[in-house]
Ligand binder design. Structure first.
Ligand SMILES: Cc1ncc(COP(=O)(O)O)c(C=O)c1O
Length: 387
């Protein structure tokens, strides 16, 4: 009888003990094995800086199908700071760290039209540096607001030519010089800028086109992108043709084409591009030819990119893609042409989406179709002769 009672008690208790011990150990089994698997599978990038680069190369379908060329845009607006200048910012900061010019707790100072400042401030935040940005006060208000919002100390100054002592770059250099533990990024003449494009943008384009690229075209701000990418592509194959697309008011087209400066017959609203001197970065560019893109051509291209391709892009991307169309027309079908989609239109919304501002600048949309734009570009193909 006692044995039967004991047996019944055990029959009730043993399963409960087994279940209880499983309950105690189960969370460890469940927690540990999937976590280990996740760690093995992880493809996470290393912070903000690790997310810069490796952008998609987008086939611009309507432009490609209509011209008979493959027209491909490197989607630099998808960098984590929103523009191609994230690459320059990272390249310049890491080069300064390596050379001992930027030390823990230091301050990055830069004169910039905006995008480099945004990149430098975000890279600085991620790495623990303060940022002071000197910016011409004619840049879009969105960029100034954004710079302040992300933590930069923003110092707007009146625009002045490079040769003037109160040019925004010269002011930035003086601020850095007078401060303890401060570093002047100097994007125009610091060749770490072109170098990061040689080390990243160029190889990505080469790999993404499987080495089948026939032409590359880009506008010049500092010249970092065009110099680094053109040099890398020419080092892979001399047969890759390289072009500068220049806005009116800038002198790079005449420099690359004729070896002198001509920039007194126009102006442009495109921010971040338009250069009047051979910067240290431009110096190392390998460019075969150049041409100009007017603001009206740039606006028509931006409208087509939005309506036909679903891409909402900023003015310099419009200049670049219009440049790619000019290359397609000049060289004919069969080319694989790559250009840079530098940033998005949101950064310029108070201008690009503002009918009054567009009308004031004679840029009200004409809603040209791609076919109409191509006819207009063909008529415009005769470059001005040497002056
Ligand atoms: C919007 C935009 N596009 C193009 C460029 C030109 O690039 P890079 O300085 O490499 O010549 C810049 C440079 O600031 C820019 O801000």
């Amino acid at each position: 009888m006692i044995l039967i009672i004991l047996f019944r008690i055990l029959a009730i208790l043993v399963p409960k003990i087994v279940l209880f011990s499983l309950y105690l150990t189960a969370p460890f089994h469940l927690a540990k094995s999937p976590t280990r698997e996740h760690q093995l599978d992880m493809k996470a990038t290393n912070g903000f800086c690790g997310a810069i680069g490796n952008t998609p190369l987008i086939r611009l379908d309507s432009l490609s199908d209509t011209t008979g060329c493959e027209i491909l845009g490197k989607a630099e607006f998808l960098n984590p700071g929103g523009s191609v200048k994230d690459r320059a910012a990272l390249g310049i900061v890491e080069d300064a760290e390596r050379r001992g010019l930027l030390k823990p707790g230091g301050t990055i100072v830069e004169g910039t039209a905006g995008n480099t400042g945004i990149g430098l401030t975000l890279v600085g935040n991620a790495k623990g540096y303060r940022t002071i940005i000197v910016i011409p006060n004619d840049q879009s208000p969105e960029k100034l607001e954004l710079l302040r919002a992300i933590g930069a100390e923003v110092r707007p100054v009146p625009p002045a030519p490079y040769k003037e002592p109160h040019n925004y770059n010269k002011i930035a250099a003086r601020i850095a010089d007078e401060m303890e533990n401060a570093f002047w990024a100097n994007q125009f003449d610091n060749t770490a800028n072109a170098q990061i494009h040689y080390a990243t943008t160029g190889p990505e384009i080469w790999e993404q086109t499987d080495g089948k690229i026939s032409a590359f075209v880009a506008a010049v701000g500092t010249g970092g992108t065009l110099a680094g990418v053109s040099r890398f592509l020419k080092d892979q194959s001399e047969s890759v043709a390289t072009y500068c697309a220049d806005p009116y008011g800038a002198a790079m087209w005449s420099w690359f084409k004729y070896g002198h400066f001509h920039f007194d017959d126009g102006d442009s609203v495109a921010e971040g591009i338009g250069q009047g001197r051979v910067t240290e970065n431009v110096e190392s560019a390998r460019v075969d030819d150049a041409f100009r893109v007017s603001d009206r051509q740039m606006m028509a291209t931006l409208n087509i990119l939005l309506k036909d391709e679903g891409l909402l892009l900023g003015p310099s991307a419009g200049v670049n893609v219009c440049g790619a169309l000019k290359v397609a027309l000049a060289g004919g079908p069969g080319q694989t042409i790559v250009t840079i989609l530098c940033d998005g239109a949101q950064r310029y919304s108070s201008r690009l989406f503002n009918q009054e501002w567009l009308a004031e600048n004679d840029l009200s949309p004409e809603n040209l179709s791609l076919e109409e734009l191509l006819i207009h570009l063909k008529d415009d193909q005769n470059e001005p002769s040497e002056k």
